[in-house]
Design a protein around this ligand. Structure first.
Ligand SMILES: Nc1ncnc2c1ncn2[C@@H]1O[C@H](COP(=O)(O)OP(=O)(O)OP(=O)(O)O)[C@@H](O)[C@H]1O
Ligand SMILES: [Mg+2]
Length: 234
């Protein structure tokens, strides 16, 4: 479904991603874990067209999308839930969700997808007429995920799902992502919180200073001595 080959990202000559290669199949749930500044966001931004890679190929369903505009990439079926949520505080919850469908025209399908988002996140339905800014942090993250579902993606990229959220909310969100994945959505979860990431995704890549240093099933990574010491605090 997605193949990233030998990807380099630089900012004014300073290297952030240093020849990263990975791929995933349809319906997979993978995670990229790594410390602050490891290059996680730069990789997803390159996939979604928000930064232009210095070098590399990004193949999505047989099309090279490297360097294409974000709107083209979204239409191909990739959606991005950004770090920091970026919801619109003064717009209502429902208006925020509908923004996620801005490239689509079929009103009936958009409404079906709105119902689907409300099915996964009933609290958003309850609060649909309230301003986004009135939601709690966890609810805002649900709104951000819901908004990215409104483009009807085949692949969802989530950058820092859990940052600043209470454990109970994190558990809820993780459960919903697993459910979305079981219903066929491929997911890439970017996380500093390796504990959550390795419990939620099925396959993981460990990123350090722009390089993948380790990859494996998340169950194997969880048992790995180095990962336990460096990332899980065990
Ligand atoms: N717009 C930018 N201009 C200059 N340098 C940048 C920019 N964005 C990121 N960087 C640098 O690139 C490197 C990788 O950053 P990136 O945001 O991809 O890491 P990250 O793994 O997502 O980190 P975090 O966990 O803090 O979100 C860092 O050294 C960062 O300072
Ligand atoms: Mg980041």
């Amino acid at each position: 479904m997605l193949a990233v080959k030998d990807l380099y990202v630089e900012y004014s000559g300073i290297r952030a991603v240093n020849g990263v290669t990975f791929s995933m199949d349809e319906g997979q749930f993978i995670t990229l874990i790594g410390a602050n500044g490891a290059g996680k966001s730069s990789i997803v931004k390159a996939i979604t067209g928000l930064v232009k890679p210095k070098q590399g190929e990004i193949i999505f369903n047989d099309t090279n999308i490297e360097g294409r505009d974000s709107s083209v990439i979204i239409r191909q079926g990739i959606s991005y839930c950004p770090e920091g949520r970026r919801i619109f505080a003064t717009m209502t919850v429902e208006e925020n969700l509908k923004i996620g469908a801005y490239l689509r025209k079929d009103k009936k399908k958009i409404n079906d997808d709105l119902d689907k988002v409300y099915h996964y996140f009933p609290i958003l339905k309850e609060k649909r007429n309230l301003p986004g800014g009135s939601l709690s942090g966890g609810q805002q993250q649900m709104l951000a995920v819901g908004r990215s579902l409104m483009s009807d993606p085949k692949l969802l990229l989530i950058d820092e799902l859990t940052l600043g959220l209470a454990p109970i909310i994190i558990q809820d969100l993780a459960k919903i992502l697993i459910e979305l994945n079981q219903n066929g959505l491929a997911i890439i979860l970017i996380e500093q919180n390796a504990n959550v990431a390795l419990k939620t995704a099925n396959y993981g890549y460990v990123l350090e200073t722009g390089n993948i240093i380790l990859e494996d099933d998340t169950t194997e990574l969880t048992d790995n001595d180095f990962i336990q010491k460096a990332y899980l605090g065990i």
